[in-house]
Design a protein around this ligand. Structure first.
Ligand SMILES: O=C(O)C(=O)Cc1ccccc1
Length: 268
């Protein structure tokens, strides 16, 4: 079973993917193509970054998941420790994933205030650029050093506890109702006073803890949102089914997607 993730080799997504891959790992340069590759059946499994403890949601992943018919089958949590990698101190540009640049904002401003920051598709593609060009530095996992690239500084993220959650995804037939957590995506397609309260009450009433609630613009009109909800309960549980049934009632103008239930894996 091939697992596709954000490449090239050496990204944090690649590190997370090795924890769930039982065979070959394939790489693409965008989260959208990972999700569409899994939804279209080209790959059996994918691994996408979802949320970082410093910088928050990876919005491209949330939007891609809302648009596709895939199942979330596992959550992978991994610590993120960034290193600054370059051929030497003589660089003018730091190229990395937008999340990595943001997670190291204070360090970069404080230590290299003159450097230009350039967002690229992944940390590893910034590292590749640095390997080819002495005027470019990358930010990525220190294991990417070598072959002409030095670690100029380690642990440059602005908070020591920097962790990212990834989802393993698979085709809709892999959707499971068992596991300690579940993910839903809800599009109410309506707006009235108390809407958000109605979205949350069915869970509170049944003592179901929410571990994430994120709103994303629906793209339909300003002020219209899609909600991403993670619950600490399985879809097999009667209380979860009852809560979702209530939400489906008030979201009858829109839709409710059950992404699946899963367990969490911590990877170092
Ligand atoms: O670019 C990568 O290495 C990724 O996998 C995305 C990412 C970037 C920064 C922190 C966590 C994940």
């Amino acid at each position: 079973m091939t697992t596709v993730t954000l490449g090239p080799e050496g990204t944090y997504s690649h590190r997370a993917a090795t924890a769930v891959a039982d065979d070959e790992i394939a790489f693409t340069e965008s989260v959208h193509s990972i999700v569409s590759g899994v939804a279209g059946g080209k790959f059996e499994q994918g691994v996408v970054p979802i949320e970082n403890s410093i910088e928050g949601s990876v919005t491209e992943s949330l939007d891609a998941l809302a648009d596709a018919d895939v199942a979330v089958t596992r959550e992978i949590v991994t610590p993120i420790r960034h290193a600054l990698l370059a051929q030497g101190e003589d660089f003018a540009t730091v190229a990395s994933h937008s999340q990595a640049l943001a997670q190291c904002r204070d360090y970069l401003l404080g230590t290299y205030p003159e450097a230009d920051l350039e967002a690229v598709a992944s940390t590893a593609s910034g590292v590749e650029r640095a390997r080819e060009d002495p005027t470019i530095a990358g930010i990525g996992h220190p294991d990417n050093a070598g072959d002409g690239l030095q670690v100029l500084a380690e642990d440059i993220q602005d908070q020591n506890s920097n962790a990212t959650r990834f989802f393993a995804i698979a085709g809709p037939e892999a959707r499971s109702v068992s596991g300690g957590k579940s993910s839903l995506i809800v599009y109410p397609n309506t707006n009235y006073p108390g809407l958000l309260l109605e979205l949350l009450e069915p869970f509170a009433d049944r003592d179901i803890n929410l571990s994430r609630l994120e709103s994303r613009p629906s793209g339909e009109r300003l002020g219209d949102y899609v909600f991403h909800i993670d619950l600490e309960a399985g879809l097999y549980e009667e209380r979860t089914q009852a809560a979702i049934a209530e939400i489906e009632e008030f979201a009858s103008e829109g839709w409710v997607k059950r992404m699946g239930s899963y367990d969490v894996e911590h990877v170092v």
